[in-house]
Design a binder for this molecule. Sequence first.
Ligand SMILES: *[C@@H]1O[C@H](CO)[C@@H](O)[C@H](O)[C@H]1NC(C)=O
Ligand SMILES: *[C@@H]1O[C@H](CO)[C@@H](O)[C@H](O)[C@H]1NC(C)=O
Ligand SMILES: *[C@@H]1O[C@H](CO)[C@@H](O)[C@H](O)[C@H]1NC(C)=O
Ligand SMILES: *[C@@H]1O[C@H](CO)[C@@H](O)[C@H](O)[C@H]1NC(C)=O
Ligand SMILES: [Cu+2]
Length: 422
Amino acid sequence: MRGMNSLVSLSLVAGAWAGPVQKRWQPNVPRNPDYPLDEVDKLEESIMPNVEEWVTTRTGTFGNCTLETAGIRREWSDLSVDERKEYISAVLCLQSKPSKIPEGKAPGALSRFDDFVATHMTMAGQLHSPTHLFAAHRYFIYAYEKALRDECGYKGYQPYMNYDRYAEDPINSPMFDGSDSSMGGNGGPYNYTGVPQPFPRPYNLIPPAGGGGCVTEGPFKDMVVSLGPKGALFRDLEPNPRADGLGSNPRCLRRDINKYSAMGGRANYTYSAIMDNDDVNSFYNRYLGMPQLKGDPYPWGLHSAGHYIMGGDPGGDFYCSPGDPAFYFHHGMLDRVWWIWQMQDPVNRVHAVPGSGAMPMPPMLMMRDGELTIGEVPAALQKRQNVTDLIVDLGWTAPPVKLMDLNDLLGGLGGEMCYIYV
Ligand SMILES: *[C@@H]1O[C@H](CO)[C@@H](O)[C@H](O)[C@H]1NC(C)=O
Ligand SMILES: *[C@@H]1O[C@H](CO)[C@@H](O)[C@H](O)[C@H]1NC(C)=O
Ligand SMILES: *[C@@H]1O[C@H](CO)[C@@H](O)[C@H](O)[C@H]1NC(C)=O
Ligand SMILES: *[C@@H]1O[C@H](CO)[C@@H](O)[C@H](O)[C@H]1NC(C)=O
Ligand SMILES: [Cu+2]
């Protein structure tokens, strides 16, 4: 353990501060020259010696997972245009395959893609509890990536969105410029007040950015959104025919591609979230924007910043947000940030779970009357929990697994989960 710690601090000094990084292993993947590495990308490069050390010294069952066999999740604009189109085709394929949800349970799930939305809606309480937020979303994206690969023949891995690349002008970025190699364009104009943020009270607001109507350009312009709304951002939406939001309510995909939101996800925010929070609970709180930093012009937290880059419907709906295919890019980025945080000190951080054990309970996000707010922490969660007993259950999309089997992305689930970010 001592050896590992000194290795960690050495590599941080070397990696973060422009010194030569000793790289023994480097994936051979191209980068887009339009986007020089930001401070978080450099931090990510600097952790590779820690990652190598970790995969050779940890104990447990990791199957055949090694750095050489690991899948590589890349940033969207680092993919070639053809690779982007392959990904888009796979998503369109998932949207054309029939749902596998048992008859009558979620009649609004019109496709296999919608099964993931319905799962996120029904399991929202578990997915967003402090203990589960990181690991359950990791599993959720993993299950989606697996469906793209196994059911739609996709050969690559789930891309992520580095918010910093697009923050200045997301509407004209390779993610959202509406071209046929983008994840679709902005929505038309819609008049709304913005997105209320739960911290601090009284609410601050992510300002509206001019969109909010139907997406009319790009591969998802004809997409039919059916589930929800359930925690809607917009008031002009038709209510779902079922109280649980799982009925069919066909409508267009709406977005307000929002640079104000994106600014809260710039690299300096991500970098300080990773580097200034040694304890898993303070890292968790910072990731959610709590407490607000003094004088912060974009005090949303990474999680909200990324969600409201697309916002709209269903992207801005707490329950239905995976109904916007850009959701997976955002939560992929969050998963990457968690991994970079973990790999600063793998021995102490890989299996650290927010809100559990002896550490103080962070506040919890809840949905009340359609607004996101800080809830009380349920008495059951206040209790000192034995984290080895926690289960992540993704109902209709993946078998239940132990939460602690999801903490190590290089070898989780007995080696079945095996990927890194580049
Ligand atoms: C590991 O790889 C070997 C050889 O390819 C294969 O036989 C074995 O089933 C794999 N084990 C796991 C756990 O995937
Ligand atoms: C937007 O809505 C607000 C509140 O309903 C209204 O006061 C304002 O005039 C509207 N703005 C436009 C440009 O329609
Ligand atoms: C990030 O940089 C911006 C612009 O310089 C600044 O306003 C903001 O406070 C910084 N945020 C953090 C968390 O350092
Ligand atoms: C937690 O539970 C596991 C098995 O479920 C057990 O082996 C372990 O000793 C328990 N730890 C504590 C601190 O109670
Ligand atoms: Cu979620």
